[in-house]
Write a new protein. Structure first.
Lengths: 126, 147
């Protein structure tokens, strides 16, 4: 497969993964600490809370799309390229999306970590 | 952050790397999937390697959701970035992929980045903090409002 096909697959993974991550994160914040819910109300309540969340289900749809994009891309490209490259770009996309949609405070420490992880993953993908 | 929460983050990293490794191993046996034979993606679900990968990734997903319930997305993602390091190591050891000097340097950078983020607070988002304080309940908006 061509270089273009590999990076096209990686782009599809990044877009669907970012959408899935943001939706899942928002859904989990709405539900609350799963560990606390499990201890106080049981595992059935955890499952019910998660599975009845519309945002969770929508996020799950995007994660399923990510999974099929990943499987397809892994069939023609190395894991040591697809894994790190898609992860690095998803990481940066998520930092922007979390700031924009989840109102997370991305301070200097987190941006610095983002730069280091992005650089590291870019080197892994070479 | 409690020791149990650090264990959850470690589980996220390890399960993600092992799951992706199993998927890659399974997909190698089936060969390339293209737009002309995309339906083969469903056929590979009977591969033991792919099935094991799916099971590991399901466990990863549970640990990931749990961590997202008490930490920011921008904390969880870098804190679990060690999975990329494990992926490279598994690729080298079991799939015989080439890990060059620049990749080892990349592994070092990721480790430093993980150190940076894990030394900071795990939860900062205004929405999550409002949930923690129970403001939504007091307002009676069912948690639908955005910050």
């Amino acid at each position: 497969m061509t270089y273009l096909a590999t990076w096209g697959g990686i782009a599809a993974i990044v877009i669907t993964a970012t959408a899935g991550d943001v939706l899942q994160s928002r859904a989990m914040k709405e539900i609350g600490d799963l560990g606390v819910i499990r201890r106080t109300q049981g595992i059935a309540k955890v499952a019910r809370s998660v599975l009845t969340s519309p945002r969770f289900m929508f996020g799950l749809l995007f994660m399923a799309l990510t999974f099929f994009c990943l499987m397809a891309t892994l069939s023609w490209a190395d894991l040591s390229i697809v894994g790190p490259a898609s992860a690095a770009l998803t990481f940066i996309a998520n930092a922007f999306a979390a700031r924009l949609f989840l109102k997370e405070h991305v301070d200097h420490r987190r941006w610095l970590a983002a730069v280091f992880v992005f650089g590291g993953v870019a080197l892994l993908a070479r | 952050m409690t020791f149990r929460k650090y264990l959850t983050l470690a589980a996220v990293a390890i399960l993600a790397a092992c799951g992706d490794f199993c998927l890659a191993r399974g997909m190698r046996e089936f060969g390339a999937v293209t737009l002309s034979n995309w339906s083969r993606l469903f056929a590979v679900l009977v591969s033991p390697w792919v099935l094991m990968g799916v099971c590991l990734l399901a466990l990863f997903f549970c640990a990931y959701l749990s961590s997202l319930s008490w930490a920011d997305l921008t904390y969880v993602l870098p804190a679990t970035a060690l999975s990329y390091v494990l992926m490279a190591l598994l690729g080298k050891l079991f799939l015989h992929e080439n890990v060059t000097t620049s990749r080892w340097l990349g592994i070092a950078l990721i480790t430093i980045g993980v150190g940076f983020v894990t030394s900071g607070p795990s939860l900062t988002s205004g929405y999550a903090n409002r949930v923690r304080r129970g403001i939504e309940t007091a307002l009676g908006d069912g948690g639908r409002r955005c910050p």
